[in-house]
Design a protein around this ligand. Structure first.
Ligand SMILES: O=C(O)CCC(=O)C(=O)O
Ligand SMILES: [Fe+2]
Length: 281
């Protein structure tokens, strides 16, 4: 059955805060038990002799597993419940004002303690995740263009514990800077070199089971973990089915022509089949 009414799990204040700040911590999307379960799946990716596979990334305590070389999406049957999680879906549908959504990404990160001093607490350049294809001259700044991404924390993340860094209101600053010139999508080397615009970032701490939501124009970056507890996270992005770009047109879009196996299909709910593009909306 096609959902026609959108639940509204967020209060009006939280909705306003998301559009104002460009990010929002949604507490308790998963129970602590669920978070521990999915955290365990991430830990199980780490070979028990602690050799770090050649096709993974490893940067000063931050390990980025790859499922296969070049493919960082973890969408095996055991991860499918997160792609189609009802509570997160309802939050996304409320913010995007449509029940007809697609889900992308599924990459994970394991961020362990490092004591190495660095000038910045960011372990990655400040960046935007891909939503608008880089070959477009202009952003549209419409709701169908918006992609809301972010990550589950499967562990408690205290300040200094490798939490994601964001720029409160940064998505509005990106829009301003892009609108200020012709071919705004192309500015700052296609919005890859703009960190100088945002010298200040804030870390988003949270608890196991929380989800950090981010607008697609939110400048963000991973940070070093200065604490003993390893941060375990998985990333997802949601957009409307009327997003004005062809699936597969955006860099890093792995949803194009994806073929799922029997075990993945068996793990999908009717909602998940639509979110993952198996069935039409
Ligand atoms: O690990 C994080 O906190 C952020 C990672 C991120 O933004 C990315 O890999 O694109
Ligand atoms: Fe990112």
């Amino acid at each position: 059955m096609q959902p026609t009414v959108i639940d509204a799990p967020l209060t009006a204040e939280k909705v306003d805060a998301f559009w104002e700040d460009g990010y929002l911590l949604v507490p308790g999307v998963l129970s602590r038990e669920e978070a521990a379960h999915y955290g365990g799946l991430i830990l199980d990716l780490m070979p028990r002799d602690l050799h770090v596979p050649d096709h993974w990334e490893a940067n000063d305590g931050r390990f980025k597993p790859f499922y296969t070389r070049g493919n960082d999406r973890f969408d095996g049957p055991e991860f499918i419940p997160l792609f189609q999680h009802e509570r997160l879906y309802r939050v996304m549908a409320q913010l995007l004002r449509s029940p007809r959504l697609f889900v992308r990404d599924g990459s994970v990160a394991i961020t362990m303690r490092t004591d190495t001093p660095h000038d910045s607490e960011l372990s990655q350049p400040l960046h935007l995740d891909p939503a608008t294809p880089g070959n477009r001259d202009e952003f549209l700044f419409t709701l169908p263009e918006v992609e809301i991404g972010g990550c589950y924390y499967f562990t408690d993340v205290e300040v200094g514990g490798g939490g994601i860094h964001v720029v409160p209101g940064g998505h509005r600053a990106v829009e301003r800077e892009a609108r200020a010139v012709p071919r705004g999508r192309q500015r700052f080397n296609r919005w890859r070199e703009f960190a100088h615009l945002f010298p200040e970032t804030v870390e988003v701490p949270g608890n196991a089971g929380d989800f950090v939501l981010m607008h697609h124009l939110m400048p963000h970056a991973a940070s070093y973990n200065r604490r003993s507890r390893t941060r375990l996270a998985q990333f997802f992005r949601y957009c409307r089915d009327d997003q004005p770009y062809v699936i597969g047109e955006r860099p890093g879009d792995q949803a194009a022509n994806r073929v799922y196996g029997d075990l993945q299909l068996a793990a999908m709910t009717p909602l998940g089949r639509k979110l993952l593009g198996v069935d039409p909306w």
